[in-house]
Design a protein around this ligand. Structure first.
Ligand SMILES: [Fe+2]
Length: 198
């Protein structure tokens, strides 16, 4: 029986490789941040997202192998920079969170288009859809956690842990503000969904 000597390289192999490397790197630097932040809620979100990123890195690496190829490592200096910054306990969470992004174009629009055009084999297309769904959810969780960090940063420093007899403490107020902001976003998203389904 003849053994195939050369496999036809799918045109999307580079994309799978880039996703695997970027996700694995993000898994490392987000976990490193979780290990140094004094904010327990932020740490919890960072760990959840870091676990997903590691998993995406592994699964995309596995898919490359299933297609008959192997992952090509490539050092990215930006990953090293991110790790150095996020793992540094002397840099505040506020300085680590990325600038708030305007709601704009879908960052996965290009991949969605390629899926709909049938560019990927069925297993890879399935994997892409699962990956995009998790990335969108991780993005939402991180945005909420970052908003809470920003809100805490806006509080007057003297009020941080002051208990008051005639109302909720500053900490409780900040927590409520975060929750309210979260609900407002959820409400907006629901309105959009309802509009889109009409
Ligand atoms: Fe990711």
């Amino acid at each position: 029986m003849a053994t195939p000597t050369t496999l036809e390289k799918p045109g999307y192999l580079g994309l799978l490789n880039a996703i695997s490397l970027a996700e694995s790197a993000a898994g490392v630097y987000l976990e490193a941040w979780a290990n140094v932040t004094p904010n327990a809620d932020l740490a919890c979100t960072l760990r959840l997202v870091a676990a997903r990123e590691r998993s995406h890195g592994d699964v995309f690496c596995r898919r490359i192998s299933e297609l008959g190829f192997s992952l090509k490592s490539k050092a990215n200096p930006r990953d090293a920079e991110q790790l150095a910054k996020l793992a540094n306990p002397n840099i505040s969470d506020l300085e680590k969170i990325p600038a708030a992004r305007e709601e704009g174009a879908d960052p996965f629009g290009e991949i969605r288009r390629r899926i709909s055009e049938g560019e990927f084999d069925p297993m890879t297309a399935n994997l892409m859809n699962w990956y995009i769904a998790e990335e969108k959810d991780s993005g939402r969780r991180l945005r909420d956690a970052y908003d809470c960090v920003r809100d805490m940063g806006r509080k007057p420093s003297g009020k941080m842990s002051q208990a008051s007899n005639d109302g909720p403490s500053a900490d409780a107020e900040a927590m409520m503000a975060c929750m309210t902001a979260g609900f407002a976003r959820l409400e907006k998203a629901m309105e959009k969904l309802v509009k889109a389904s009409k």
